[in-house]
Design a protein around this ligand. Structure first.
Ligand code: NDP
Length: 340
């Protein structure tokens, strides 16, 4: 009988050049590469779901930050759910699924297992470990817990409200008894925030001329807590409506990630002083000691039907760069992932 050898195809995606402004597909290069052989102590991984995230845009700049920049002509790195297809590491066996937060954009790669966490596809769909049960869900949890300090009856406004982080922020706000208003870039997203995620109100910033007025109308009692995913003019408009002792959680500023020059805007110092506002940023990875507690809370709320989540699943390894670029056009609802 003719013996059949399974040939595993491998590919990688490199950062070819640093984007100037909005990223394009030319900033990436896709190559066919050899299948690697795991050494003793290593596993061979096959990527199953690849996370694309707005923060990766920052790593494409040659700037010192809380994570090192991606190197030119090196594979992009990020969160990936992968299957162990060969194991020479006693902690993992063939068929295990793992979540790695710093794996390379490759179909096949080896790992010594240090950064890998096993995930159970019977407990939740595997892709959920990149979103609601992963870093984006935890971002919402730790930001609200440490900075938001939500109180029942308060008004919480969240920008990027139908996205991976924002949709969970708003739903935790509802669990805590707040009135929640989401801001997003389409009428469909506003509908989803209200119908699926239970927000009290929603604003489509793309069709709104005066965001300050729109927030005022949606929040007649003012804004107690503003969760900022976008920065820029939306932050200005939220601060114009902030209440005394308000809290502003600076999670991200996606509207500015592709800027090539710093923009000028209103100065907020006197608002912060006069209204005793606390405005604070944070990085989710600095809160690792709260991750287990955070996942337990989120999983419990999901089981109780209090937290729902959306995903936009793009298919095909070669489509990873486009999926990443599409984040800046708001083409995702909920967590953007690529299925390999
Ligand atoms: P999302 O799922 O929210 O996807 C990005 C969304 O941003 C798009 O769908 C789009 O929605 C919106 N957007 C894109 N461009 C603009 C723009 N110019 N102005 C306003 N909105 C825009 O991504 P994540 O949930 O993963 O991330 C949300 C934010 O949280 C990002 O700023 C990210 O950097 C930050 N973050 C911070 C972390 C931390 O530790 N501090 C950890 C994880 C994420 P729309 O159609 O509504 O415009």
């Amino acid at each position: 009988m003719k013996s059949e050898k399974i040939i595993l195809m491998n590919k990688e995606i490199l950062l070819k050049s640093r984007p100037k402004g909005r990223p394009t597909k030319d900033n990436f290069e896709i190559n066919d590469i050899e299948k690697p052989e795991p050494k003793d102590g290593e596993v061979l991984l096959k990527s199953k779901y690849v996370s694309v995230d707005p923060y990766m845009r920052g790593r494409m700049r040659d700037e010192k930050s809380y994570v090192p920049p991606f190197e030119i002509n090196e594979p992009i790195r990020g969160g990936i759910i992968a299957e162990v297809i060969e194991s020479k590491n006693e902690n993992f066996k063939k068929g295990d699924y793992v979540n790695g937060s710093n794996l390379q954009w490759k179909i096949l790669q080896t790992s010594n297992g240090d950064d890998l966490k096993k995930v159970d596809g019977n407990q939740a769909p595997l892709s959920a470990y990149l979103g609601v049960l992963g870093l984006t869900g935890l971002t919402a949890y730790v930001g609200l817990k440490n900075i938001g300090n939500l109180k029942e009856g308060e008004t919480l406004v969240v920008s990027g409200g139908s996205g991976a982080v924002g949709s969970i922020v708003g739903q935790i706000g509802k669990i805590k008894g707040c009135k929640v208003v989401g801001i997003a870039g389409s009428d469909d997203k506003v509908e989803t925030m209200k119908k699926k995620f239970g927000f009290n109100g929603g604003i489509n910033y793309e069709t709104t001329d005066n965001m300050k007025k729109a927030i005022k109308e949606a929040c007649p009692d003012g804004v107690d807590v503003y969760w900022d995913n976008v920065g820029g003019e939306t932050l200005d408009a939220a601060l114009a409506n902030i209440n005394k002792h308000g809290r502003v959680i600076n999670c991200g500023a996606i509207s500015m990630y592709n800027d090539t020059e710093a923009k000028k805007g209103p100065r907020h110092e006197s608002t912060l002083v006069k209204k005793s506002v606390r405005m604070q940023g944070f990085i989710v990875r600095d809160h690792q000691d709260e991750f287990e507690e955070g996942i337990q809370h989120i999983a419990k709320w999901m089981n109780e039907g209090k937290i729902k989540y959306s995903e936009t699943v793009v298919e095909g390894f070669d489509n990873i760069p486009q999926a990443f670029i599409d984040l800046f056009d708001g083409k995702n609802e909920g967590k953007m992932v690529v299925e390999i």
